[in-house]
Design a protein around this ligand. Structure first.
Ligand SMILES: [Zn+2]
Ligand SMILES: [Zn+2]
Length: 217
């Protein structure tokens, strides 16, 4: 297996400490602003407030055995795009694109891998489809996740769920991604609009481009 691509390979990092004027001190705290931008994508910029400070805290909690907190704190977060919409970050994409010890869920550019996923599907107990949220008996055994295989209305038509769930360009839009990455409650899940599908695709294309550039280097 390929090694995990260096996530922060040659990023441009700007650190700025913002000190509040004396008259605002009581209401506003000083903070550290960290701006990270990856040179090769053009589209991926991450700005984060107080990363350095949180990092220090995290080290302390690590040593003071709060493992659970550290793990959840380590989760990479979403990035805000130019249209003010939060979408998946490169780090989140890498976690799914190159998982440790198993095959990637995302198959765009690798139809053989998609075939393996679809062929692995088995009828098991009923649970929510991790793409559309509707109930289904079918589970992808490579991912160990439920996804619809046949469409509701026709027993012979392949459902889009088992394809879309494995599509890099749609990463971040499905039922499971919304829950895991956006903390969207199940009952609040909505299928993405056509506009968002399109915008997500453009965003994911830039992450894919960076990924394939990094892998080839
Ligand atoms: Zn799968
Ligand atoms: Zn489904």
């Amino acid at each position: 297996m390929k090694s995990k691509v260096a996530r922060f390979e040659q990023p441009v990092i700007a650190v700025k400490t913002v000190t509040q004027p004396a008259n605002l001190r009581r209401t506003k705290k000083d903070y550290t602003l960290v701006h990270v931008s990856f040179q090769s994508t053009g589209g991926t910029n991450i700005s984060t407030v107080n990363t350095l400070v949180i990092g220090d805290d995290k080290m302390r909690t690590t040593t003071s055995k709060n493992k659970k907190k550290r793990l959840s704190g380590d989760e990479p977060s979403l990035v805000q795009c130019k249209d003010n919409t939060d979408r998946v970050s490169y780090a989140q994409y890498l976690d799914v694109k190159q998982p440790r010890g198993k095959k990637s869920r995302l198959c765009t550019g690798d139809l053989d891998l998609l075939k393996e996923h679809v062929n692995s599907m088995k009828r098991v107990g009923k649970a929510a489809c991790q793409w559309c949220g509707e109930m289904t008996f079918m589970r992808c055994e490579l991912c160990k996740k439920h996804v619809c295989l046949k469409s509701d209305t026709s027993a012979t038509t392949l459902s889009c769920c088992c394809i879309d769930f494995h599509d890099d360009l749609k990463y971040g839009l499905g039922f499971m991604d919304r829950k895991e990455l956006y903390q969207t409650r199940n009952k609040n899940f909505k299928k993405p609009t056509m506009t968002e599908m399109k915008k997500n695709k453009t965003h994911m294309k830039s992450l894919m481009l960076k990924y394939y550039t990094d892998v080839e280097e």
